[in-house]
Design a protein around this ligand. Sequence first.
Ligand code: DX5
Ligand code: ZN
Length: 214
Amino acid sequence: MIVAPSILSLDYSQMEKQVKELNESNAKWLHFDVMDGHFVPNLTFGPDILKAYRKMTSLLLDVHIMVDDPVFFADVFMDAGAEVITFHIEALNNIEECIQLAQHIRSRGVKAGISIKPKTDLVLIKELLAEIDLVLVMSVEPGFGGQSFIPESLERIQTLKKWINEKNLNVLIEVDGGINQETGKLCKDAGADVLVAGSYVFKNDIKEAVDSLC
Ligand code: DX5
Ligand code: ZN
C-alpha cells in the first residue's frame, strides 16, 4: 500500500519537526492539495510552496488540483515539480477535454490522475481509464480535511477495480478523505493502491499512523 499523507493537515506551527518525521516514516508520496476558492470553498497552496517541499523531501509529489481551471494550473504545478497531477473530471466540459489534458500531462513525463467527487456518476471515468495512470476516489466532499469517510466509496473502489482488471489496465486507485486505520483497511480490501490521509497522520504519531496504513 502506498501511503500519501496530505500536508493540508500538517501543523504549520511545527512544520520542520513534522516534515522531518514524515521523511523518516514509511510514507512514499506527499499529497499536496491545491484549492482555488472557486471549485471548492477553500484556498490553499501555490507553486512556490510546492517548490519548497521539493527541497524538503524526496517523497513523490502527488498534486491534487481542486481548481476551476485545471488546464492552466496543471502546467503551473508541473513547472514547480509535481510528479503526479490529478485534476477533477467535474472541472472540464467533456471527456475529450479530459483526455486532452491527461495526454498533455503525460507528454511532460508526469503521471496523469483524474479525481471524482462522491456524487459524480462513476461511469464517466470508465472510458478515461485507458488514458490515465490513476483514479482518485474522493471519499469526502473535496475542500476540507477532518471529514468523515463516506462508506459508499467502497463500492466505487470495487467497481473501478473490476473495470481496470477487465480492461487489463495499469491504473492505480487512490482514495482521499476520512482515511484512518479502520477505513484504510476497508479501502485496501476493496482494491485501493494508494491511501491519502491528512488529519489521521498529522494529528497522531506520524510514523505510527503511516505504518498502520501500510
Ligand atoms: C480534501 C483533500 C484531502 C484531505 C484529506 O479536499 O483533497 O486530501 O486533505 O484530509 P483527511 O485525511 O483529514 O480527510
Ligand atoms: Zn486531496
